[in-house]
Design a protein around this ligand. Sequence first.
Ligand code: AMP
Length: 113
Amino acid sequence: MKQPTIFSKIVNGEIPCDKLFEDNNCLAFNDIAPQAPVHYLVIPKKPIISLLSCIEEDQNLLGHLLLVGKNIAIDKNLKSWRTVINTGEESGQTIFHLHIHFLSGKIMKWPPG
Ligand code: AMP
């Protein structure tokens, strides 16, 4: 049987998080190892492995995750931020439960490393 990821454990309350927002379908919390002065994650409660695993029925959920992240950015009065979804090991994905990074508070470089 597939082991639950750390994010599934956060969703079910086994592991604490620095929560920013929660509803029936998603959870947002600060990243434990921030890569910018503001760095939070928005995740679905449903244990989707990555964007690669998403299917048509996830369409509304995916849009919802982005809007939740955007609303948090507005609450934080952010004017500019970067949104990242790593998909697969070579992209840098380390936790195989879909998550959207929101990063802000410093000048971002492009292209990303
Ligand atoms: P990724 O490399 O895209 O898979 O991103 C995983 C992110 O999860 C990294 O930025 C980690 O710092 C973050 N992370 C890992 N464990 C936790 C945790 N317990 N609480 C909050 N963020 C975490």
